[in-house]
Ligand binder design. Structure first.
Ligand SMILES: [Zn+2]
Length: 174
């Protein structure tokens, strides 16, 4: 039985030799490391274009697209964002190959010629995640430009770890 979904097995050299373009819709929840970081809201759209360079190296241009919900580090609200990743890499097997080719090209290290499509794209997807979710003005906990008058006691410091914990508990209960 042929593996499908994120387990679909890709033969990298064969795909490159035939200049294959692969388009797939994958269930984002089946990417375990990715799904541990975000709440996937949509399937993952994957487009992979393989070519073989003159020196025999496998070249891969990929595009990934989905939508996720992330928790803002400041206000702990869930924020929905579109997530896209584009990469243009040479597939390398070993560390020394990565060092040589990596000097003038992005590389992706795949130790074998066969890899599941999920394993191939998951790192790129994780790398595409934003480091700040709602740092813009629309975050209710964005740094304020005005300060309370001197003498006014600040009852709710946003960085109080117990309050953060409390809010975490509350949001988990919802
Ligand atoms: Zn926020």
């Amino acid at each position: 039985m042929k593996a499908s979904g994120v387990n679909e097995c890709l033969q990298l050299r064969t795909l490159a030799a035939s200049e294959a373009v692969i388009e797939r819709i994958l269930p984002s929840r089946d990417l375990p490391r990715f799904a541990a970081l975000v709440t996937p809201l949509e399937d993952l759209q994957v487009r992979l274009a393989f070519t073989e360079r003159e020196d025999g190296q496998v070249s891969l241009v990929g595009q990934l697209q989905t939508r996720v919900a992330l928790e803002c580090h400041r206000c702990l609200e869930a924020v929905t964002i579109p997530l896209t990743a584009e990469f243009d890499v040479l597939i390398v097997r070993a560390d020394e190959e990565a060092t040589v080719l990596g000097a003038d090209h992005d590389v992706m290290q795949v130790p074998t010629d066969e890899i599941g499509i999920g394993d191939l794209v998951e790192d790129e997807l994780i790398l595409a995640l934003p480091t700040t979710v709602c740092a813009q003005a629309d975050c209710s906990k964005a740094p304020q430009l005005t300060y309370p008058a001197a003498g006014a006691t600040d009852q709710r410091k946003p960085d109080n770890p117990f309050q953060v914990l409390e809010r975490l508990k509350q949001s988990k209960q919802k």
